[in-house]
Design a protein around this ligand. Structure first.
Ligand SMILES: Cc1cc2nc3c(=O)[nH]c(=O)nc-3n(C[C@H](O)[C@H](O)[C@H](O)COP(=O)(O)OP(=O)(O)OC[C@H]3O[C@@H](n4cnc5c(N)ncnc54)[C@H](O)[C@@H]3O)c2cc1C
Length: 379
């Protein structure tokens, strides 16, 4: 059993209150229109949730706590997975900046990030998804600058009007594999940076996801994050945290789906009694709740290891894999419990079912998580 600190519980309560009382009411409209939920972000900045981990000297809440971040994302995802995704990706880019940024990089970007100017993480390319090491985006040294060219696809927190700064992984020395990649901090306002196709998605429709086009983007040497050649290593370090974040999103969606299923099963009468009186339905609920709890425990274990500075790559992959699958399982059965009504857009479960599906794909598919876990088991 987990014992949370007073601070963790109080931040969870703040997130729950906003999610249940404000985000939930907008989730359907945001899904239907696919618009970016600016007002949700304003609420989260006001409540110091978006800038939770950023030190106070940069305008943040000063709570750099992996468990608190997981609890916040879970509460948001219960009610609005799109908003949870936006926050989670912002946490990921902020985490990389805080761990690897220079004092000057932090001084420039953390105050903006604390005010709600969104950060993103750009690794994936059209030809390099699961095999991210196959990236083609190239950064060539030119005097004291680097000139970056390439296209990153499916980049979260990037839209026509969204996204302020991005951690971009690019090849600086071709032919030597992942050791020839470097991480750069790229500002949206830099010449040559543009937003390409914005994706029309199946779920998390309010989250902005677009192509990041980099055409002769000239960045100073001071835009390098960490050291030259450390790009892939930094990406994988960031993804340890990112995967805990996706696992948290998935837990939230799973618990949200269970709430919807219990509510509906208690109200829907067939054969003269609520459908929840049937053992078959109770067994569905039991399977859902057990998997959601297991996902929650794996997620918090990984978050706790990361918080202590301990290795957590395997545990983060396990949490992401299991929670993603559990979210889809729970949403599928919750929809089944709703019968034909669950198939209609009048009920939240129809949206949650679509939102859950991405949890098995981004920040490494379920198959990739199993590759990571398997490799770590035999090495
Ligand atoms: C909504 C959304 C938001 C995203 N946000 C970001 C972001 O902010 N930043 C970013 O960098 N990326 C982002 N991504 C990209 C995401 O991480 C990739 O889509 C994901 O890693 C899979 O890559 P792919 O789509 O190219 O699929 P592919 O790699 O082409 O995989 C296709 C299928 O083949 C399977 N497969 C591939 N290789 C193997 C193997 N060796 N063994 C077994 N199966 C295999 C995969 O599991 C999958 O089922 C986002 C994607 C989406 C859809």
């Amino acid at each position: 059993m987990y014992t949370f600190t007073e601070d963790q519980l109080s931040i969870q309560e703040v997130a729950r209150d906003i999610a249940q009382n404000q985000l939930k009411a907008l989730a359907d409209e945001i899904d239907k229109t696919g618009r970016f939920p600016e007002e949700n972000l304003n609420l989260l900045v006001e409540a110091q949730l978006l800038q939770l981990s950023i030190p106070e000297e940069y305008g943040g809440a000063g709570m750099d706590d992996e468990i608190a971040k997981a609890l916040v994302v879970m509460e948001l995802a219960k009610c609005c997975a799109a908003t949870a995704e936006i926050v989670d990706v912002h946490y990921l880019s902020t985490d990389i900046l805080m761990r690897k940024g220079t004092d000057a990089q932090k001084a420039q970007y953390l105050p903006e990030a604390a005010k709600g100017k969104l950060g993103g993480f750009a690794l994936t390319e059209p030809g390099a998804g699961s095999d991210a090491a196959g990236m083609k985006t190239r950064a060539v040294k030119d005097g004291s600058d680097y000139v970056i060219n390439g296209t990153k696809c499916f980049i979260s927190n990037l839209g026509p009007n969204e996204g302020n700064h991005f951690v971009v992984i690019a090849v600086t020395e071709p032919g030597i594999g992942t050791k020839g990649t470097t991480a750069f901090l790229v500002d949206r306002s830099m010449k040559g940076v543009s937003c390409g196709k914005t994706e029309d998605k199946m779920g998390i429709r309010g989250a902005a996801v677009s192509e990041l086009i980099l055409e002769d983007v000239r960045v100073p040497e001071s835009a390098v994050l960490g050291k030259l050649g450390e790009g892939f290593k930094i990406a994988m370090m960031g993804l340890d945290g990112g995967r805990i974040g996706i696992a948290s999103q998935a837990c939230g969606v799973a618990f949200g789906a269970i709430d919807e299923a219990i509510k509906y099963a208690g109200q829907r009468v067939q054969f003269g009694k609520p459908i929840s009186a049937n053992q078959g339905i109770q067994w569905y609920l039991a399977d859902m709740a057990t998997r959601a709890e297991a996902a929650w425990a794996l997620t918090l274990k990984a978050a706790s290891l990361r918080q202590q500075g301990l290795p957590c790559t395997k545990e983060a992959a396990m949490a992401k894999y299991y929670a993603g699958e559990a979210a889809c399982f729970c949403c599928d059965l919750a929809l089944q419990i709703h019968g034909g009504y669950g198939y209609m857009k009048d009920y939240a479960i129809e949206r949650m079912y679509r939102d859950a599906r991405i949890m098995r794909i981004y920040e490494g598919t379920s198959e990739v998580q199993k590759m990571v876990i398997g490799r770590m088991l035999i090495n």
